[in-house]
Design a binder for this molecule. Structure first.
Ligand SMILES: [Fe+2]
Length: 323
């Protein structure tokens, strides 16, 4: 990761696993020394590269506070410009990219310890924030990152219905370019999605989000043991397209609802990270946001280019059907 020389780093939650149960319950197993190990382990890069963190289910450390985030707040200096009564929810702008961090513990059907804890404030804030970012002339791309997956097919956590119900319609409405999730310990990229419909997006494709929709990536293979897929991996140099992948989505009451999906385009069961490179452009020209998935050995296993016309509100950022 350091070799990429990034301007900043996004961590999509489950920061260190001091809480190894991840259920947000007082009975969870918890060892605060894990924080010390994590911070020492990551210091070679975090000392010079800003680490922007998001909160996962293992970040609900019930020992500390009613919502479990006391330990995070003691160790991380979040931008703190999100809605009141929320933690780890914020946004910032870097160059021509607006970035939003969300707390999906607030909407998770799978692990509901903090379900609804912002009383709807977070989703309302997200709506307003996306609208505001789209109104900024100099913001071309919007990236949203958070822990639980909107679209993943692992046999462990798969997809979170709470995210699909509450946030995906807003991603469609404002034409969010890229959603980065964690939670599933693998790399997976879905075909571009809009209104629940996917368009086949092979490795190397160029996506036009204003018409095609949103790119959803799960970049969760960062350190803990890896998860599995129900079908073979498929990545650059090793493509195994599968017409339908058997999977499930979490519904209210932590119920798994089976679904066969066609959007699982890239799957990699190995340690990896996502590198994102943005090329700004003068108004009217094409600006690009390029995704590359990179293995721990440095091999590129996925690439997609997201392209937009740069500058100005007249360029048709908003989805016409939702505007
Ligand atoms: Fe998780």
């Amino acid at each position: 990761m350091a070799a990429q020389d990034p301007a900043f780093h996004l961590h999509a939650g489950d920061l260190c696993y001091a809480d190894s149960s991840g259920l947000g319950l007082p009975a969870d197993t918890y060892d605060p020394r894990t924080w010390d190990q994590f911070l020492a382990q990551t210091e070679p890069i975090s000392a010079s590269v800003p680490w922007m963190a998001s909160l996962g289910n293992h970040d609900m450390e019930a020992l500390y506070s009613p919502n479990g985030y006391g330990g995070q707040l003691a160790r991380w200096d979040f931008p703190d410009n999100g809605p009141v009564r929320s933690e780890g929810v914020y946004s910032f702008i870097y160059g021509n990219v607006g970035v939003i961090s969300l707390d999906p513990n607030d909407v998770s059907f799978e692990i509901p310890a903090n379900y609804g804890y912002t009383g709807g404030a977070q989703t309302k804030w997200l709506d307003n924030r996306l609208k505001w970012l789209r109104d900024q002339d100099d913001v071309d791309f919007i990236v949203v990152f958070f822990h639980h997956c909107a679209y993943s097919t692992t046999t462990a956590h798969a997809s979170e219905g709470g995210v699909r119900n509450q946030w995906v319609p807003l991603f469609d409405k404002y034409g969010v370019d890229l959603v980065i999730n964690g939670h599933n310990h693998i790399y997976e990229r879905a075909d571009v999605l809009k209104g629940g419909k996917s368009t086949k997006t092979p490795i190397g494709a160029t996506v036009h989000p204003a018409t095609d929709g949103t790119t959803y990536v799960t970049a969760g293979a960062a350190g803990r043991s890896l998860y599995a897929f129900a079908v073979p991996d498929s990545y650059a140099g090793h493509v195994n397209d599968v017409d339908e992948v058997p999977s499930f989505v979490w519904a209210s009451g932590a119920v798994k609802v089976a679904e066969n999906v066609t959007w699982s385009r890239v799957r990699y069961t190995g340690y990896s990270f996502l590198a994102v490179d943005v090329k700004p452009a003068t108004p009217g020209r094409t600006t690009t946001l390029t995704l590359r998935a990179v293995t721990e050995a440095g091999a590129e296993i996925d690439r997609v280019v997201i392209a937009r016309e740069a500058g100005g509100r007249s360029r048709g950022h908003l989805d016409d059907s939702a505007a």
